[in-house]
Design a protein around this ligand. Sequence first.
Ligand code: GRF
Length: 218
Amino acid sequence: MPKLRVGVLASGRGSNLQSLIEQTLKGLIDAEIVLVASNKADAHALERARQVGIATCVIDHRSFASREDFDRAMVAALREAGVELVVLAGFMRLLSPVFIEAFPQAIMNIHPSLLPAFPGLDVQRKALEYGARFSGCTVHFVDGGLDTGPIIIQAVVPILENDTQDTLAARILAQEHRIYPRAVQLFAEGRLRVEGRRVRILPPADPDEAVLFNPAVD
Ligand code: GRF
């Protein structure tokens, strides 16, 4: 079977990109990262891609008159690379309908909280200040809202008495690196079915080959 062609969009350090790179290179997921695109020329994610010979491109949002024009340029680059799934990995731009409609139910994001709690930015601080006992991370399809799309996988981590924003972020990040590649693999296997707000995970076509796990807690 041909591998799923993935385009990763990142604005920063790219640790989620790195975990995806490692899993694809080891053949643990049936996907190939064909393009890493960024709106920031100095994003470390680009360097990670270059180191393993993945094509990169920089499209600076400041050189476009509107969000839609920027999105059109991104979509063109992704299409040019034959991307089938767009993976947002620390991409610090909201997508307009122009982008979302270009890849229907084929854009994923990862967010460092248990959505719908704590969408947006600065979420570890918000979780600590709120006094939550648990946080975690969420992989979801992207719709027009801010961290609102249908949820694919979540992982839970405890919030400990002495946690700082940094210790909590690190505990969550370790889980991000586990669940994002799993979500990509489920997509590659054609097992994600969006039904309204819910994402159904279909049984594997070949149970011997499939990655089996519980998307809520495993
Ligand atoms: C992660 O915490 C992710 O959940 C959020 O942005 C951060 C990206 O980190 N969307 P990295 O660039 O993948 O290291």
